[in-house]
Design a protein around this ligand. Structure first.
Ligand code: G6P
Length: 574
């Protein structure tokens, strides 16, 4: 027997067992995770010079066709190194139970140290590229910065040249594998179906849905094509984590190609109640596709209940391979400490100083959202008009900076919204501006995160009032950016996923412009003590649930769900 150890984790490899668990091990991760291996005779080896390492090499040279490996893997947690040399200190259960279970337990303890993580999302931010708008791309970059792996998805380019394999580039331990979309595929999959049908549906905007059978077929086809290209890159020990509504059918398409790796899915948007979701033509196909995943993560318990009840309406087939199909609410976090530091530095930058001096001592109210109808920007502008009308003493006392990068501009609804917002900002400014002051500064450009962090820190009020939002990471970033000695106040929509954790914000109904105006007025007047109290509670939540805890919780739950069921099936929603 050989024992490999690292920190409190030990894996016992019994060379006489006959299980295939070694197929799950990635040699390079093994070496990185377990620098030292102790053999049964007590001799310590460097990992690369140990019997287990040699066997792994032999195994890997034979690729997938090698007969099952002859290793049995046990687990011992927190045993002193001396005691790890024999199996006798292991709990009796671990000596008898299937090796897979214990290897899997070891994975859970160490956040799947031994497997390669494959992140899949529609948009991929290439190392040299411009950061994509929206919280999802930022979150995936944060996850991969700390944990290397592969990021697979659309390159963001439209090209009619067909290429069977993705473009691959590797930097800082992350492999970026991207595919282009043809013009027709982009139109059907991205513009028409994902953003013209699914996005409004998931945000409860039934009136905006355009359903087209050809677009839906195009969406399914692009998912199948992506699956074929991704499958060619996969190794047996990979763990696959797919993100967002563009790729709901990707897991099922991978299963159709015989992929049996653990596959998890995370929905970054809200999920509407079954009555709304099931009004979508051919919704059964999407609900069945959810069945292919071992784990589906959503932002809130409400989303989890809605998805489960929609899936109950269709007889959804579980992922197979004896595994579970679980739904878990796992709210996404941010890299709290890092963003707070970015804000601390940002506040000293020339850009932030320029903004500060342009305010001439007035309070700053700030909003930062993609140009999207789910963000309820016209209502925010209207609420500012209500504030200035009903509380005239607030005139000239603040500047509201709304940063809104354009988004999905090929979708007609977004073009209409852009025109509407330009005239709404003009109307409010025309009515209330003075020769030395305008209430709204509407910036229709992307602002780098480092700049935004500084702006958020000097703001007295963060105004974030979407009609619906999966999470809204800007709300969390606003809190993380604040100066603990003199924090600003968050005015937040109660229909943003962030409201679950940021419940010490001033929560408002985004449809009620009077309620928003009143909350802004209260925020502007709030005494320091109350501001601090509210901020501390929210910051506490942000420190407890970061993007790293979110990642670890998801991967732990995915591993657990992907373990072949040995006991009673669990309820779908946990
Ligand atoms: C939202 C979605 C993301 C998307 C982002 C930007 O946050 O949940 O999946 O990437 O918006 O939208 P875009 O269409 O530009 O990718």
């Amino acid at each position: 027997m050989t024992v490999a150890h690292r920190d409190g984790l030990a894996l016992h490899f019994d060379c006489h067992g006959t299980t295939e668990t070694l197929t799950l091990l990635n040699r390079h991760r093994f070496q990185a995770s377990f620098p030292q291996v102790v053999a049964a005779n007590g001799n310590a080896h460097d990992a690369a010079d140990s019997p287990i390492w040699r066997r792994m090499n032999e195994f890997s040279h034979h690729g997938r066709t090698l007969p099952r490996s002859r290793f049995r893997v046990y687990r011992a947690i927190d045993l002193p190194v001396g005691e790890m040399q024999t199996g006798k200190h292991l709990p009796a259960r671990s000596r008898e139970s299937p090796a897979d279970e214990y290897l899997e337990q070891a994975f859970i303890e160490k956040g799947l140290l031994l497997s390669r993580l494959i992140m899949v999302s529609n948009r991929v931010t290439l190392p040299a590229g411009v950061a994509a708008a929206g919280g999802l791309a930022v979150a995936i970059s944060d996850v991969l910065r700390e944990r290397s792996g592969v990021w697979f998805g659309w390159s963001g380019k439209i090209s009619n040249r067909r290429s069977a394999s993705p473009s691959v580039t590797t930097e800082a331990g992350v492999t970026y594998a991207t595919v282009d979309l043809s013009e027709a595929d982009h139109l059907a999959y991205y513009s028409s179906y994902a953003n013209g049908t699914l996005w409004p549906l998931l945000h409860y905007r039934l009136g905006l849905i355009a359903f087209d059978h050809l677009a839906f077929d195009g969406y399914l086809k692009v998912n199948r094509n992506m699956a074929a290209r991704l499958a060619a890159l996969l190794q047996p020990d990979d763990v696959i984590w797919i993100h967002d509504y563009h790729l709901i059918p990707l897991g099922a398409a991978l299963r159709d190609l015989g992929v049996s790796n653990p596959i998890g899915f995370f929905l970054h948007t809200p999920f509407p109640v079954a009555e709304v979701f099931c009004s979508l033509p051919r919704h059964e196909i999407l609900l069945q596709a959810f069945g292919a995943y071992d784990l589906i993560g959503v932002q809130t318990p409400t989303d989890a209940r809605s998805l489960a009840s929609s899936m109950e309406r269709v007889a959804v087939t579980p992922p197979g391979f004896g595994r579970r199909n679980r739904i878990l609410p796992l709210p996404i976090g941010i890299d709290t400490a890092n963003f707070a530091e970015l804000a601390r530095q940002g506040v000293r930058s020339a850009d932030t100083s320029r903004l500060k001096s342009s305010l001439a001592g007035r309070d700053l109210i700030i909003g930062a959202d993609r140009l999207d109808y789910s963000k309820a920007l016209p209502n925010r502008f209207a609420a500012i008009a209500v504030l200035l009308t009903d509380w005239p003493e607030t005139r000239s006392s603040f500047t509201y900076l709304q940063i809104t990068p354009p988004s999905r501009s090929e979708v007609p609804e977004y073009q209409r919204l852009r025109r509407e917002l330009e005239s709404a900002a003009g109307r409010v400014n025309g009515k209330f501006a003075e020769c030395d002051w305008t209430p709204i500064r509407y910036v229709n450009r992307t602002t780098p995160r480092s700049k935004l962090a500084g702006y958020l820190r000097i703001a007295r009020v963060g105004l974030i009032t979407p009609f619906r939002d999966g999470m809204n990471l800007v709300a969390k970033e606003f809190v993380a950016a604040q100066d603990p000695a003199d924090p600003g106040v968050l005015v937040l929509s109660k229909f943003a996923g962030a409201a679950y954790e940021m419940n010490s914000a001033l929560l408002v109904n985004p449809y009620d412009t009077h309620e928003i105006a009143l909350a802004v007025r209260n925020a502007l007047k709030m005494p320091l003590l109350e501001r601090r109290k509210r901020w501390e509670l929210m910051m506490d939540a942000l420190q407890r649930n970061t993007v790293a805890t979110w990642r670890d919780a998801f991967l732990r739950a995915l591993t657990e769900a992907a373990r072949p069921a040995i006991s009673q099936p669990e309820p779908r929603v946990a």
